[in-house]
Design a protein around this ligand. Structure first.
Ligand code: PEP
Ligand code: MN
Length: 264
């Protein structure tokens, strides 16, 4: 169902208020790795509004490698995040980690993110297929494109066609950066499916200094959007600060991505 052979027309996802994801638009989604508090959300929202970015990312349920790391503000954090975004016309993308969270989150979310670690959580995918909310599905930590497409098929075949695929880097042996951002995936996925393809260069390379280059390369590779991490003081971020852009870097990247998209 997600194949171009089944549907030639590209899928476009309407998030409401004129915010469309898919061919014909270039979607920028930015925000911190983790939602940390009201002041942080307000400052990020102000940065996005200033730069005409309509979608904010931020996790409240965080999948952390160590159980002792910050695991997110949970549902109360999401409600606060939602209130501030609604007041400012910003859409929310945030990660859902398990089936039982869908119901409590659904009214406070515009796009459910499925993280790399949950890319093949088939119960979660089935449940999101029934949820009728847009889903951004990340590629697994060492997932193949075929596995990503089959994971999307779980959601689609349960009746939810609003799916974005996300390349976020795969595990490799290179130690100079966090993951290997597989930009090959972009033109290949664009050819194989009608779904929008989004790239996450923050997790893809994992080092702040290189995020902008890979974001721009993603635009030229044909991505329908980019999702990246930004914070006013990345050094103090509760998670993923090493790959998070400050607002100055973020603003410059937004301008350059828009220019690159125009040239494409
Ligand atoms: C995130 O977006 O902060 C995240 C945890 O991403 P991933 O699932 O790609 O590691
Ligand atoms: Mn992160």
């Amino acid at each position: 169902l997600i194949s171009r052979r089944w549907r030639v027309e590209p899928t476009r996802i309407d998030l409401g208020d004129g915010v469309m994801v898919g061919e014909g638009n270039f979607s920028i989604m930015a925000g911190p790795c983790s939602i940390e508090g009201e002041e942080q959300v307000e400052r990020v929202v102000a940065h996005l509004v200033e730069n005409n970015v309509k979608i904010m990312r931020g996790g409240v349920f965080k999948p952390r490698s160590s159980p002792y790391a910050f695991r997110g503000l949970g549902i109360d954090g999401l409600k606060m995040f939602h209130r501030i975004c609604r007041e400012n016309g910003i859409k929310i993308i945030t990660e859902v980690m398990q089936v039982s969270q869908i119901e409590e989150m659904v009214d406070y979310v515009d796009v459910f993110q499925v993280g790399a670690r949950n890319s093949q959580n088939f119960n979660l995918l089935d449940a999101l297929g029934e949820a009728q909310k847009p889903v951004l599905l990340k590629r697994g930590i060492s997932g193949t494109l075929e596995e990503l497409l089959q994971a999307a098929e779980y959601i689609f075949s349960n009746g939810n066609e609003k799916i974005m695929l996300c390349e976020r880097g795969i595990r490799g042996y290179e130690k100079a950066y966090r993951n290997i951002l597989d930009l090959n995936a972009v033109p290949v996925l664009k050819e194989k499916t009608h779904l929008p393809v989004i790239v996450d260069p923050s997790h893809g390379i994992g080092l702040r200094d290189y995020v902008a280059s890979m974001a721009l390369a993603s635009v030229m590779a044909g991505a329908d959007g980019v999702i990246y991490e930004t914070h006013y003081t990345p050094e103090k971020a509760f998670s993923d600060g090493q790959q998070t852009l400050n607002f100055q870097e973020s603003e410059r990247l937004i301008k350059r991505m828009r220019q690159a998209y125009e040239l494409r």
